[in-house]
Every structure is written in C-alpha cells, then in structure tokens.
Write a protein that binds this ligand. Structure first.
Ligand SMILES: C[S@@+](CC[C@H](N)C(=O)[O-])C[C@H]1O[C@@H](n2cnc3c(N)ncnc32)[C@H](O)[C@@H]1O
Length: 291
C-alpha cells in the first residue's frame, strides 16, 4: 500500500468515476478508496464526510463502552426502568416465537433479565457476555437454570457447536459491535436451519446526526446518559449497515418494528412517552436463517 493509504494496485484513473462514498452515497472525483475503519485489511470508498467523521473523534474514543466497570450500577437500575421495562422489553418479546422446549442463546445477556424470563418460559438457555462482572451477576441470578459463558458473541467456536440453537435473542448489544458481518455470520453458524434471530439495537435515526456528519455516516459516538451518570460509547449506523450484513449472512428479515409507546408508559413517564412517540429510540428485528 502506498504512503497515503491507497492500495498499490489501484490507479487513480481507474477508481475516480467508479466509487460511491460508503458514508454519504456521493459519487465523484473526491471519493477515494482507503483502509476500512471496520477492518484495516479491507478498503472502503469514502469522501470528506468520513474525514470529518474521523476528525470529530475524541482521543478517549478507544472503543465502545466496556460494561465491566458499570455492570453493578447498570444492573441495579435497569430492571424497572420504564424505558426498558415498558418499551424495549415488550417490543423485543413481541417478536419472539414460543420458546418452550427450545434451545435459546441470549447473546450479550448482561445481568440476565432475558435469560431469566426465557428460563421461566421453559427454554434451555445458554447466555453469553464479554463482561466478567455481568457474567457473575447473570450466574448469581440464574444459578443452574442456564449455562453462562464469558465470551464474545461474535466468536463462540470454542464453546458452542454449529446448529445448536433454535433461537438467538440479542437485546441492546449490536451497537457495541464494530463489525456486524462477523457477528451475523457467527449467529448463522449457531442457528439450526430456519432458526430465528430476534434483536433490538439503537435506532438508525439519531436526530442530532442526520445532517452532521450525515445519516449514512456510521461512527462510534459518545453520549452522556444522565440516568446512569456515565459517558457511553456506541456505534451509530444507518439501517443498511444492519440489513446488508444480515442478508450477506443468509438471514431473511421477517419483521422490523418501530413500536408506538404504550399507555402504561404514558402514565408512568409522560416525558419519555412524548419523546418515544416522536422518534424511536430502538429498532427491533426478527430474521430467519434461510435453509
Ligand atoms: C445494554 S447491555 C444489555 C444486556 C442485556 N441484553 C439486557 O437487555 O438486559 C449490553 C451488554 O452487551 C454486552 N456486550 C457488548 N459487546 C459484547 C460482545 N462482543 N460479546 C458479548 N457481550 C457483549 C455488554 O457487556 C453488556 O452486558
């Protein structure tokens, strides 16, 4: 590769008219091929929107939030928080098929709320999280009712055989992962043919970022979460960055849901209800592994 980050085997005259910026969709002379942010060994076409994006990154933005240091604090607050209990969880559970007697992987289980619910509904559970603290909390909560693994949801080969699950559930985890292609391929490996994947993640629409850096610019962002009193870092990405890796991993999307918040939420927390009635916080997807 040459010093300016261009691959040696690509000539300027070859690429100028052909490439479309992956960030903003623009085509033109200033759209260049450079090392991909997601994987330094591959190349991505981008224009100045990506340069602006990288310049915006703070030196502290080393990666997404590591839950180890906040696990107990998070776990103590999350079970009854209206945002989760009355919005995220009902919408996620509404997409799940009957779990009774099924093998279910809770991918990114946190302190085990979902694994607990699934066990009570008669599922056989394996739960996995990369935070040791979260794994400890989940084991305390679940006891013998689930196998809880300390591991990365994107690479579970050393723990789990191929085609060993009917359902994979992953709630609010994907926005902490940089390379979703890898994750969806791993989940396709783990699911049986026609197995179901249900996940929730941050909604692609992030009001403050639509114009700058632009809806199509995927990036790691940092936000103050007042309710947790923490700065949280996660990947904000457009819808296509969810749907395209899903299709590439042989998943067929069955449903995408953007729920209207419930009347129960309205009476518990009118402000949150108002906010979520206008702009969704999360997106909910059910996909099926193709045969
Ligand atoms: C917002 S919490 C959600 C926890 C749980 N799914 C829930 O809804 O209660 C995100 C969790 O994802 C876990 N996580 C993030 N990246 C992960 C990865 N690559 N592999 C496994 N777990 C991961 C974090 O450690 C954290 O426990």
């Amino acid at each position: 590769m040459s010093g300016d980050g261009w691959p040696d085997d690509v000539r300027l005259s070859d690429i100028e008219p052909r490439f479309v910026c992956r960030g903003c969709g623009k085509r033109g002379a200033d759209v260049r091929l450079g090392p991909s942010l997601a994987s330094p060994k591959t190349f991505t076409a981008s224009c100045t929107c990506a340069i602006r994006t990288s310049q915006r990154k703070e030196p502290s933005m080393v990666g997404p939030t590591d839950y180890d240091s906040i696990a107990r604090h998070y776990a103590a607050k999350i079970d009854d928080r209206p945002w989760n209990a009355l919005y995220e969880r009902p919408a996620t559970l509404a997409l799940l098929p009957d779990v009774n007697g099924k093998d279910v992987l809770d991918a990114g289980c946190g302190h085990g709320w979902y694994a607990d619910w699934l066990a009570r509904k008669g599922a056989r559970i394996v739960a996995v999280d990369r935070s040791r603290e979260m794994v400890t909390l989940a084991r305390e909560r679940l006891g013998e009712r689930a196998r809880v693994i300390h591991g990365d949801v994107s690479n579970l080969r050393e723990f789990l055989a191929s085609e060993s699950f009917d359902i994979i559930l992953s709630s609010l985890v994907l926005h902490y992962l940089e390379d979703l292609s890898k994750t969806f391929l791993e989940w396709a490996r783990l699911l049986r043919p026609r197995g179901t994947l249900v996940f929730s993640t941050h909604h692609p629409l992030h009001e403050k970022r639509i114009a700058d850096p632009g809806y199509l610019c995927a990036e790691l962002i940092e936000e103050d979460w007042d309710w947790l009193d923490e700065k949280m870092r996660y990947y904000q990405r457009p819808l296509r960055d969810l749907t395209e890796p899903l299709s590439a991993a042989n998943f067929l999307i069955e449903r995408i849901s953007e729920p209207t918040p419930s009347d129960t939420l309205k009476s518990r927390d009118p402000q949150v209800y108002k906010q979520l009635s206008r702009v969704p916080a999360f997106i909910f997807v059910r996909a099926r592994k193709a045969e």
